[in-house]
Design a protein around this ligand. Sequence first.
Ligand SMILES: O=C(O)CCC(=O)C(=O)O
Ligand SMILES: [Fe+2]
Length: 223
Amino acid sequence: MTPNDASATGQLWSIEEVPSTEQLLPGFTLLRGFCLKEAATLLRAIDEITARSPFRHMVVPGGHTMSVAMTNCGDVGWVSDRSGYRYSPDDPVTGEPWPPTPAIFRDLASKASSAVGFSNFMPNGCLINRYAPGARLSLHQDRNEQDFTQPIVSVSLGLPATFLLGSLTRSDTPRRIRVEHGDVAVWGGPARLIYHGVAPLREGIHPLSGSNRINLTFRHVSM
Ligand SMILES: O=C(O)CCC(=O)C(=O)O
Ligand SMILES: [Fe+2]
């Protein structure tokens, strides 16, 4: 039996869609096609979240408005304004708590983290990023969470993008990794504080997300 033999494994993926695992750095793994089957359901759940806490373009402390539109679900959400970055239990736009994390999100975060050996991941927040053509995320570390024993789980939906995979040193030139609809990246352990970002999104149309890429990042934030 070869790994691609869908009938023998009883899996539903077609040959072109067989999930594969790429360890790109110690502690950084890309699970290609990992959530393809539930992607449409994930996108519907995102529509329900954004009906309550809409996407918005946040301002960073320097005064620049981010090109990526963001919202959150869960107990805590990442926010930025002129006074800095932080996690907040409430959505500053609505004044209400962030919408709860759908069960399908929690299941995916747990399945993906355990698949690469982080069996105790307990995310309490999920940042939802929407990239329109031209939107980008400059190189950064995810470091507001404080507990770096817990990984980050990052889900790509809709249009493909170029993920910039750096190292622990900001000045190193990042590798350019294509991430597609259904891919899930998990980074933790020695890779937890790697610099990473997303190159400007190229125009395109995706049957499920139109002209956008949507990304979910699950985090465990110490409160
Ligand atoms: O969109 C992505 O793939 C990465 C998002 C990210 O790095 C973040 O939200 O901190
Ligand atoms: Fe990040």
